[in-house]
Design a protein around this ligand. Structure first.
Ligand code: GLP
Length: 246
């Protein structure tokens, strides 16, 4: 569903600006987009992409830098032009200005048309950890112990996980025209229920999606298992209007 939505949007607007997320959740979506793009011969030469975040102090060549993760899973796989794909700079020397530079780049591209989001177990989106301002822009953040533990699987040991990152802010994410939140598995159930049905609070940064006018959430039964209004959402889906005006 996610890949179909995105590919159709690219067909309608060849200069589409796609916001991409790392983590394991969207990996299959990227593979499916690549498949559809090839099968349907979709022109992606003008599509731009912006990643949500990057570790600070890691080399761009490190296989777990988000630059590389996006290069392998998005740029190369889907066939985007490398010059059209952006990740925040991991360079410590430019860390003070990297956030503002990234915001300027997003603005110059006309803003993000659709932002793919995963969610951390602690409710983070991008790397906006609990306590992040709901109006924040791209900036440096310090990762929580929980996030370091979750991301240790990608490194030799937890000590190798960078403790700092540069991430689009929640304010940046909310400026995207459409948010597509994805979550799979039991470990995300609490965060999804909080994000979609809990109080809007910086303690659960994903809850900021409730402030956005156009959000689609795609969750599997396990990730949706703690949603209070699940039956109603199913009812809405089954009874969605068929007229074209919306
Ligand atoms: C990572 C990323 C987030 C991602 C989240 C969940 O640390 N910075 O953008 O959504 O954590 O990751 P996963 O999809 O692997 O569960």
């Amino acid at each position: 569903m996610a890949a179909r939505t995105i590919v159709d949007a690219i067909k309608a607007n060849p200069e589409f600006v796609l916001g991409v997320a790392t983590g394991s959740t969207p990996i299959k979506v990227y593979a499916e987009i690549a498949k559809l793009v090839k099968a349907e011969n979709v022109d992606v030469s003008k599509v731009k992409a912006f990643a949500l975040d990057e570790y600070v102090g890691i080399s761009k060549d490190h296989p777990e830098s988000y630059y590389q993760v996006i290069k392998v899973n998005v740029t190369d796989q889907i066939g985007l032009r490398p010059e059209n794909v952006n990740t925040p700079s991991p360079d410590i020397k430019t860390v003070a200005t990297a956030g503002a530079d990234y915001e300027a780049k997003i603005k110059a591209a006309g803003g993000v048309d659709l932002q793919i989001l995963g969610i951390g177990r602690d409710g983070h989106v991008g790397f906006n950890e609990p306590g992040s301002s709901l109006a924040s822009s791209t900036r440096i953040k310090t990762l929580t112990q929980e996030t370091l533990e979750d991301n240790a699987r990608f490194f030799d040991s937890i000590d190798d996980v960078p403790k700092h990152c540069i991430t689009q802010g929640i304010g940046t994410i909310l400026r995207a025209k459409h948010l597509l939140l994805l979550a799979f598995g039991e470990s995300k159930a609490e965060a999804i229920a909080g994000a979609l049905e809990g109080a809007v609070t910086s303690s659960l940064p994903g809850s900021a999606v409730q402030l956005h006018p156009h959000v689609t959430a795609i969750v599997d039964p396990a990730a949706g298992s703690k949603l209070k209004n699940l039956e109603y959402y199913k009812w809405v889906y089954e009874n969605k209007p068929s007229w074209d005006a919306i």
